[in-house]
Design a protein around this ligand. Sequence first.
Ligand code: GLU
Length: 299
Amino acid sequence: MSSPVFRFAPSPNGHLHLGHAYSALLNFEAARRLGGRFLLRVEDIDRTRCTPELEAAMMEDLHWLGLDWETPVLRQSERFAAYQTHLDTLTRLGLVTKSVLTRSEIKRFVVEQEQGGHVWPRDPDGAPLVPKDTAILSRDVIAERLESEANFALRLDMAKALDLLREVRPERLTWQEGGAGPDGLQQAVKTVSCDPSVWGDVVLARKDTPTSYHLSVVADDALQGVSDVLRGQDLYAATGVHRLLQTLLGLPEPLYRHHPLILGDDGRKLSKSTGSTSLRALRADGVTGADIRKRLGLG
Ligand code: GLU
């Protein structure tokens, strides 16, 4: 059997914090323990928020933690043409719709629905599902915007995608979950059934960003032969979308392991703007990489 491939895939749009350190160390240690490979992938599709300076700082923080990875690293910003190929496949399958709704139109519509007493569906992250353009705009306005330089999003037509899925794969959509023990690897593997419709028409690309998180993550896990996706529990539900895209695009299915999140003192998920838990701030306070491992229970 070939050796397992693990990856840590952060976005350099801010400084890494303790939660990233936990995820990176779990992947690094799992690869080491199993004689596998450890890859760092730079998820920098957001060309306004991700910068070379933040990428350099991120690598410096990871080296300081004692991590090392294979080079060259894959940068998603260098792979837009490859994502386009996958998008073309989905388009050929008739599964991509172009939406010209603006964020504020969507927001206003949802508020109106809720004020009118309708329970508007929300995705597992709590965001309202997007309505179809025709629910808000007249056909003329849609046509006008499509002809103009207006912003747009390319979305997966979830209902059509699920219809096609039922044809090509009548059995239910599932993934293999290795669970999340303290070291991320101890649980028995179980089969998780998923229903990606809870996400609605997810974004695949936008006018100014020719891919999306969901599309690029499945493309790159496949390209890099990632066998074990070990990542935070906040992405657990997104795995349903990833399995759907993998099935539609004929990409292999990795084993997933979702680990618990490191929470702040307020009990909330850490964010890149939480200064006090950034690895830089801890380092400036004299904390060492070994202290971090101990603090995370990985000593
Ligand atoms: N780039 C994603 C993040 O920083 C992680 C992607 C993944 O592990 O699937 O949250």
